[in-house]
Design a binder for this molecule. Sequence first.
Ligand code: MN
Length: 128
Amino acid sequence: MAPASAQPAQAQYFTGTAWVKMLANAGNATDCTVGDVLFEPGCRNNWHSHPHGQLLVVTSGTGYYQEKGQPARLLRPGDTVVIAPDVVHWHGATATDWFAHLAINPSASQGAPVWLEPVTDAEYQAVH
Ligand code: MN
């Protein structure tokens, strides 16, 4: 399923396996990075936040987005998520579907994501 040009995502920040193909790398004139991220079923990233926010654009499959203390949002192709700076959240696949989104990170040179604890199985199962 993973595109041939994709690289495995940083495993320490994910439960399960994800792949990332960078479409716009750091250092370009817009200072936005764009990554095409593919999650296997059940895969999600750790709780985290972005110092300058993030945009997600869903391209295939079915997944979830959840902010800390809020209900999870079910995502399908064409959905977009606007994530405000410093909001703690996670994103990933449903238990049964692959999931892919574009992750757009503005002001990429001005600060890296802040990675927190994994989404536990109990937290993940609670959204289904
Ligand atoms: Mn994020």
